[in-house]
Design a protein around this ligand. Structure first.
Ligand SMILES: Nc1nc2c(c(=O)[nH]1)N[C@H]1C(S)=C(S)[C@@H](COP(=O)(O)OP(=O)(O)OC[C@H]3O[C@@H](n4cnc5c(=O)[nH]c(N)nc54)[C@H](O)[C@@H]3O)O[C@H]1N2
Ligand SMILES: Nc1nc2c(c(=O)[nH]1)N[C@H]1C(S)=C(S)[C@@H](COP(=O)(O)OP(=O)(O)OC[C@H]3O[C@@H](n4cnc5c(=O)[nH]c(N)nc54)[C@H](O)[C@@H]3O)O[C@H]1N2
Ligand SMILES: [Mo]
Length: 900
C-alpha cells in the first residue's frame, strides 16, 4: 500500500499505477491526448504534464508511476497556461467546420474547455474513399494512436508514420486511399483518434447523442459488448466497451459499423397475411388469429407431430426458451430445432458424448495463456474477428505457436507457424495421423492418460495404421508437416484448439470433432488454463438457442427428454411428449413425405441457406402453413410464408445472449421497435395465450422469463439479471455466490471420472471429383457479409463486399481462360450458379471457394444431399463442380469484386 497526495488530498494505492490512472481512480481528470487505456503510454502530447513536489520540471502523468509520499498538483495556473498554449498550437490544425461537426473528439472537447478557438483552414486532400472512415490527416496531431491501435489491437499494421524532414505524416499501407489499403474496417483508429483526422462517417452525419446503452453485439458468437449511441431515436454509433471481458475495447467492422439494417427502409413493421398469393397488412389480432386457427386445425387433424418450430440463433435465450416451451406445451411436440443443426450440432454432440458437456471447454481468455493454438477449419480473422485478432497478436508478439488446418491460405493461415493446406473433406486422416505421431513419438501425457482417460489401447491400435505418409496421400499435406504439427501441439503446453465449420460441415463432422478431442485427451490439454476444445460458435446466440431447448432431443439446459420430461411437465403444468422430435433436416424430409404440415420459423432464412435447395424447396412447398417471424421479408417467407410476424431487433428489446464460451450477457433495449414490430417473446407469449395457454406464458418482462429459466436449469440458477449488470457470467453457475465457470472438466467429465478415446474410421465423402466435375468447391463466409446478408447487406458493408466470388488458383484460372472479375458458370450434380471470378493465391489448384452470402446468387443451388453421419448437418464443405466461362449474353451484370 502506498500513499500519495493529489491536489492536496491524500489517497492510498495498492500498486504503482501511473499518476494519470491514480488521479482517475479518484475522479480527478487530467487532460490527455496521446493516451488510450488500451495502449502502452508514450507520453508524447505533453498535455497530461503535472507538477510533482521536489521535481524541477512537470512530469508526464501517463508515464510516471505514483510513488509513496508523492505530492502531485494537476491543475496549477502554470500547467493550465502550458496546456492552453499546446491547445492553441493544435487548434491551428482544426477547421471550424470539423470542430462543429465532431464535438465528441477529445481535442475538440479540450478546446471547448480551455476556450480555444479552431483556427485551421479546411484543406483539400480529404480521403473519403472508405464507406465508414473519413481521413483528413491535415488535422493530425501526431499522437500515433491510430498507428499503435491498428498494430496492437487489430494486428493489421495499416497505418504508417512517414517522416519527411521535420514533418511526420500518417499514411495507409496502400500509400493512397484507405479503401485501397489492407484496412479491415474495425474502426479502432477512428475510435481512438482524438482529432478530426479520422472520423466515423455515420456518427458525423447525426445530431448530438441522446443516450448510450450498453448491450451485446448482434452478429457472431464472440459476444463483444458495445454502447449503442442513439440520436433522435436512431442508432448512430456503436462504441466498444472498454471493460468488456471478451472484446476488451475492440469491435469488428460489423459490430462497429453494420447496424444500419435496423433502420432499413424495407424493415417489416406490420403483420402480414398471404391472401391469394399477395401479402396484405393486418392487425396483430388478425395475424395471431390466423396462426392460432391454422395450428389448431392442423394439430387436430394430423396430430401434434405434424407441426415444427424453428427457434432463432439471433434471438435471446428468453425467446428461444419460449419457442421450445411453445412447441412442447402448446403444440405437444418435440419437433423443435434451430440453425445450430447446420453448423455446430456436430461439435455439441461430440463434446457432450465424449466429455459430458456440449460446449466450449475453455474461454477466450485462455488465448493469452496458451503456448500453442491449433485452429482447425475456422477462419477467425474474418468470421470471429475480435478473437482472430487476439490469436494473431499472441503469435506475432508473444511467440505462441499456431497451427492452422485449412485448404485455403486464409489470413490466419498466413500468420501461422505451420499451415496444413489439406484437401477439403480429409480432416479425419489428418487428425488420426497426428494422434499416431503423438503416440509413436511418446508425446502423450502419461499422467493424464492414467488418471483421466479410458480405452487408450483400443485407440492406439486404431491409429497404428495412420502413419503420416498414409494420411499425406489422402490429405495432400506433406508427412513431415503432419509430424511437425503433432509435435507442436503435443509439446508446447498448454495447447488449445479452436475449430469451425471446416471441421463440422462434413459427412464426418461429428466424428471430426471427436478426432480433435482425442488429441486433447492424449496430450492432457483439458481442464486447465490455456487448453481445451473450443468450437467458434456462429451467431450471437446459437449456443443459447440450442441450450434453451431448441433441439428435439433435449430440454432447457441440454438435458435428455426421457429423464426430465416429468420434472419439466410439473414445472410447466403440462404433459411433455416423450416421443422423438424431428430435427430440422428430418422436418424437411417429413414435409417432403407429407407428414409435416406446418412450420413456424423464427429468425432463420432456411430456404437459401439449406444445402440441396431444389429438394428443400419442394419440401417447404408441400407445407400447408408457414409462419415466418423476422425483421425482413426473407426468401423463405417470399416462397412459402402464409403469415409474416414482424420482430424487434436486438437493439429494441431486453434479454440475454450466450456466447461461444458459455457466457450469458445482457442485451438491453436502446430504441423502440419500428411500427408495430414486437419482440419475439411477446409474440410467442401472445400466440400461446391465443391458443389457451395464457397462464403458462404470462410474463411481464424478459427478466421474468429468465427467472423461470434459472428455475428449470440449475446450472444457471446463480445468474441473476442483477449480477449481469456487472458483466457476463459463464455457466455452470449454480448459486448467486458462484463466480461462474471459465474452464470445464477441471476434475471430472460430467459425472464421469474418465473420458474415453474414440477410434474414428475414415469414410470418404461420396462427393468425389470426376472428369465431369473436376474441381472441389468448398463454401463459407467472408468478413463483410454475414450469412445470406439479411442484416449486413442492408448496410454499407455491401460496398466493401458487393457479391459472392468464386476464388480460384491462378493456374486453374489461366487454364480455363478466366480473368479476375469475369463471370464463371459453376455446375455440380445438383445445380448451377454464376459467380464473379476472383483469382486468388490463397487457393490451391483443383480447389475453389465461394461464399454463400448473396441471395441473388443462391450458392446452395450447388451443394448436395450428403449429411453428417451422426447429427445430419449438411455437407456444405465438399461439392464436386465443373467450371466454365459463362456463355456470352447470359452473364450477370452489376457485380464486381475487389482483387484478392
Ligand atoms: N463475417 C462473418 N462472420 C461470421 C459469419 C458470416 O457469415 N460472416 N457467420 C457466422 C456463423 S453462422 C458461423 S457458423 C461461423 C462460421 O465460422 P467458420 O467456421 O470460420 O466458417 P467458414 O468460413 O464457413 O469455414 C471455415 C473454414 O473452413 C475451411 N475448410 C473447408 N473445408 C475444410 C476441410 O475439409 N478441413 C478443414 N480443416 N477446413 C476446411 C474453409 O476454407 C474456411 O476457411 O461464423 C460466424 N461469423
Ligand atoms: N453453402 C453454405 N451454406 C450455408 C453455410 C455454409 O457454410 N455454406 N452455413 C450454414 C450456417 S452455419 C448457417 S448458421 C446458416 C445461416 O442461415 P441464416 O438464416 O442466413 O442465418 P442468420 O444470418 O442468422 O439470419 C437469420 C435471420 O434472423 C433474422 N433476425 C435477426 N435478428 C432477429 C431477431 O431478433 N428476431 C427475429 N425473429 N429474427 C431476427 C435476420 O433478419 C435473418 O433473416 O447458413 C447455412 N448455410
Ligand atoms: Mo452458423
Amino acid at each position: 500500500m502506498l500513499r500519495a497526495a493529489i491536489d492536496g488530498t491524500e489517497f492510498q494505492f495498492a500498486s504503482e499505477i501511473s499518476i494519470l490512472a491514480a488521479a482517475k481512480q479518484h475522479g480527478i481528470a487530467i487532460p490527455a491526448l496521446c493516451f488510450d487505456p488500451r495502449l502502452d503510454p508514450i507520453g508524447s502530447c505533453r498535455i497530461c504534464c503535472v507538477e510533482v513536489e521536489g521535481e524541477p520540471h512537470p512530469q508526464i502523468a501517463c508515464r510516471t508511476p505514483i510513488r509513496d509520499g508523492m505530492r502531485v498538483t494537476t491543475h496549477s495556473p502554470a500547467l493550465e497556461a502550458f496546456r492552453r498554449e499546446l491547445l492553441e498550437w493544435m487548434a491551428a490544425r482544426v477547421p471550424p467546420a470539423s470542430f462543429a461537426s465532431d464535438p465528441d473528439k477529445e481535442l475538440h472537447g479540450l478546446m471547448r474547455a480551455y476556450a480555444v478557438e479552431p483556427a485551421g483552414k479546411a484543406r483539400a486532400g480529404i480521403d473519403a474513399s472508405h464507406p465508414y472512415i473519413r481521413v483528413d490527416m491535415s488535422q493530425c496531431i501526431q499522437c500515433l494512436r491510430c498507428v499503435r491501435i491498428c498494430d496492437d489491437l487489430q494486428g493489421e499494421f495499416v497505418w504508417h508514420a512517414l517522416s519527411r524532414g521535420d514533418d511526420q505524416t500518417i499514411v495507409p499501407d496502400s500509400g493512397t486511399t484507405l479503401e485501397a489499403s489492407s484496412c479491415v474496417g474495425c474502426g479502432a483508429c477512428s475510435d481512438t483518434c482524438p482529432t478530426g483526422a479520422l472520423v466515423d462517417k455515420q456518427r458525423r452525419k447525426a445530431n448530438a447523442a441522446t443516450s448510450a446503452t450498453r448491450t451485446t453485439c448482434a452478429y457472431c458468437g464472440v459476444g463483444c459488448e458495445l454502447e449503442a449511441v442513439v440520436s433522435d431515436g436512431r442508432l448512430v454509433e456503436a462504441r466498444p466497451v472498454l471493460d468488456a471481458p471478451v472484446s476488451k475495447g475492440h469491435l469488428c467492422v460489423k459490430g462497429r459499423y453494420a447496424f444500419g439494417y435496423v433502420h432499413a427502409s424495407d424493415r417489416q413493421t406490420r403483420p402480414l397475411l398471404r391472401e391469394r398469393g399477395k401479402w396484405v397488412p393486418t392487425s396483430w389480432d388478425g395475424a395471431l388469429d390466423r396462426c392460432a386457427g391454422a395450428l389448431q386445425r392442423i394439430v387436430a387433424r394430423y396430430g401434434p407431430d405434424s407441426v415444427g418450430v424453428l427457434g432463432s440463433a439471433r434471438a435471446t435465450n428468453e425467446e428461444n426458451y419460449l419457442a421450445q416451451k411453445f412447441a412442447r406445451v402448446v403444440l405437444g411436440t418435440n419437433n423443435v430445432d434451430c440453425c445450430g443443426r447446420v453448423c455446430h450440432t456436430p461439435s455439441a454432440a461430440a463434446l457432450k458424448s465424449m466429455l459430458g458437456a456440449g460446449a466450449a471447454t475453455n474461454s477466450f481468455d485462455d488465448i493469452e495463456r496458451a503456448a500453442a493454438i491449433f485452429v482447425c477449419g475456422a477462419n477467425p480473422l474474418e468470421n470471429h474477428p475480435v478473437v482472430g485478432a487476439r490469436i494473431r497478436q499472441q503469435v506475432l508478439r508473444h511467440g505462441t505457436a499456431l497451427v492452422v488446418a485449412d485448404p485455403r491460405r486464409t489470413e490466419i493461415a498466413r500468420a501461422a507457424t505451420l499451415h496444413l493446406a489439406l484437401r477439403p473433406g480429409t480432416n479425419i486422416p489428418l487428425l488420426n495421423a497426428m494422434a499416431h505421431v503423438i503416440i509413436a513419438e511418446n508425446l502423450a501425457d502419461g499422467d493424464f492418460l492414467q488418471r483421466r482417460v479410458a480405452d487408450f489401447e483400443r485407440f492406439a491400435a486404431s491409429v497404428a495404421s495412420w502413419s503420416p505418409e498414409r494420411a499425406a496421400g489422402i490429405c495432400e499435406v506433406p508427412a513431415d508437416d503432419i509430424r511437425a504439427a503433432a509435435r507442436l501441439y503435443a509439446t508446447r503446453r498448454p495447447a488449445m484448439t479452436f475449430h469451425g465449420l471446416g471441421l463440422t460441415e462434413h459427412l464426418q463432422g461429428t466424428e471430426g470433432v471427436m478426432a480433435l478431442i482425442n488429441l486433447a485427451l492424449l496430450t492432457g490439454n483439458l481442464g486447465k488454463p490455456g487448453t481445451g476444445v473450443n468450437p467458434l460458435r456462429g451467431q450471437n446466440n446459437v449456443q443459447g438457442a440450442a441450450h434453451m431447448g431448441c433441439d428435439p432431443s433435449v430440454l432447457t439446459g441440454s438435458v435428455p427428454i426421457q429423464e426430465n420430461a416429468a420434472r419439466f411437465g410439473a414445472m410447466w403444468g403440462a404433459t411433455i411428449s416423450r416421443s422423438h422430435g424431428l430435427h430440422l433436416l428430418q422436418m424437411m424430409d417429413a414435409a417432403l413425405a407429407g407428414r409435416l404440415k406446418a412450420l413456424w420459423v423464427v429468425g432463420y432464412d432456411v430456404l437459401p441457406t439449406l444445402a440441396n435447395v431444389q429438394v428443400m424447396r419442394r419440401a417447404l412447398e408441400k407445407l400447408e402453413f408457414v409462419i415466418v417471424q423476422d425483421l425482413f421479408m426473407t426468401k423463405t417467407a417470399q416462397a412459402v410464408g402464409g403469415v409474416f410476424l414482424p420482430a424487434a431487433s436486438s437493439f429494441e428489446k431486453d434479454g440475454t445472449f450466450m456466447n461461444g464460451e458459455r457466457r450469458i450477457q445482457r442485451v438491453r433495449k436502446a430504441i423502440d421497435p419500428p411500427g408495430e414490430a414486437r419482440s419475439d417473446w411477446e409474440i410467442i407469449a401472445a400466440l400461446a395465450a391465443r391458443m389457451g395457454h395464457a397462464e403458462q406464458f404470462r410474463y411481464a418482462s424478459a427478466q421474468d422469463i429468465w427467472n423461470e429459466i434459472r428455475n428449470v436449469w440449475p446450472e444457471a440458477a446463480g445468474i441473476s439479471y442483477a449480477r449481469l449488470e456487472h458483466g457476463g457470467l459463464q455457466w455452470p453457475c449454480p448459486d448467486e455466490s458462484h463466480p461462474g465457470t471459465a474452464i470445464l472438466h477441471a476434475t471430472k467429465f460430467g459425472r464421469r471420472e474418465r473420458a474415453a478415446l474414440e477410434p474414428i474410421q475414415y469414410v470418404p465423402s461420396p462427393e468425389t471429383t470426376s472428369e465431369q466435375f473436376p474441381f472441389v468447391l468448398t463454401t463459407g463466409r467472408t468478413l463483410y457479409q454475414f450469412n445470406v446478408g439479411s442484416m449486413s447487406r442492408r448496410t454499407p458493408n455491401t460496398r466493401l463486399r458487393p457479391t459472392d466470388t468464386l476464388d480460384i488458383a491462378p493456374p486453374d484460372a489461366c487454364a480455363l481462360g478466366l480473368e479476375n472479375g469475369e463471370i464463371a458458370r459453376v455446375t455440380s450434380a445438383h445445380g448451377s450458379a454464376q459467380l464473379t471470378v476472383r483469382v486468388s493465391a490463397a487457393m490451391k489448384a483443383g480447389e475453389v471457394f465461394a461464399s454463400f452470402q448473396d441471395p441473388r446468387i443462391w450458392l446452395n443451388r450447388l451443394t448436395g444431399p450428403v449429411r453428417d453421419r451422426v447429427v445430419q448437418a449438411p455437407e456444405y464443405k465438399v461439392t464436386a463442380v465443373a467450371i466454365e466461362k459463362a456463355p456470352a449474353g447470359r452473364r450477370k451484370q452489376g457485380t464486381s469484386a475487389r482483387p484478392a
